[in-house]
Ligand binder design. Sequence first.
Ligand code: HSE
Length: 387
Amino acid sequence: MKIAIMGFGTVGSGACEEAKTAGGIEVKRILARHGREGYEYLNDIITADIDDITGDPEIELVIESMGGIEPAREYVLKCLRAGKHVVTPNKNLISACYKELMEEAEKNGVRLRFTSAVGGGIPWLFNLLRTKRADSITSVRGIVNGTCNYILDAMHDKGADFGDMLRNAQELGYAEADPSSDIEGTDTLRKTVISTNLAFDAAVTEEEVPCYGIDTIKACDIAYLKEKGLVCRLMMSAVKKGDAIEVSVEPAAFGKDSLEANVKTNNNLITLTAENIGTQSFYGQGAGMYPTGQSVIQDVLDIRDGKEMEIPAAASGLRADNSEAVRRYYIRHDRMCEHIEPLIDTFEERDGIYYCISKPIKVGDMHAMGHHRKEKGKDMFFAALAE
Ligand code: HSE
């Protein structure tokens, strides 16, 4: 099969390498502004003109690994309209434009596949859909950002510095071009929206999901939690409750013997629960050139070999609703004021810092307080106490 790759960064080049290993796939064109060091032998097939791809009848499938929404969306639509299958790891695009792109693919009789958009090298979405066709999913939860896990694990295990570990994650190709989307939780948010909508045929949007990242965590939080036998992880959580879904992205503190606490480096751990099968967890490399590149190529091979996957074309009516979602939180605060005090069950004051365990608080209220403090430049961090 002859294919093209749009965008030749970490994942695009990883897919190119994995295509060689898989065999039977020829990369005929690469859309990029310039070549990539180490890939000079591909300079002849590099083009900056999308029409060289959409106008080439030999190219049957296009990998979109440009990232972001535009021009990725415009180019993917052009490829679909030109009758080309599309495979993409682009979670921004799938989270925001899923319905539009799926409908366009269907209209043109081609496939759109995005297994690598959540979980990097783990075939998470593939197995989620597979479970769903025979069972009823009740929750999806997990660690889905390799960069954050890499940082948190190194801070916990080695006392490493947040900034140093973020720079390492960038050098290793785990982090996004703008790593604020990793540490502020928006990368996890996009993966949460995609997983939730596929799991529950829902129509949840990014705006509906409370999202708080790890950008305000400090060494003192890690040390305090460690002293209490707890380990911090950034979690996606979506639980079906009747006709609504309780869904959030937030740091959570787990007992040191839990599976989540033992997820090391850039690995992801994603867990589904379904009515008949119970709980299943998927663990592996959640980011990086080769894991994500291979997941992209698995989708290419499935399309080439005519392996169908039941991906819902458009979502039904289920929406996010956190109005009944209540949790106890660890909260670190720089003072005990009238807003915080009524929410606190127990606290310890050390060197002017308040380490608190809250009473049960509504998830929305906790997030609103966290964002309000952040906007005001005030020092605060919180993490849900995992059940
Ligand atoms: N920046 C992402 C992560 C890449 O760290 O998980 C994989 O989606």
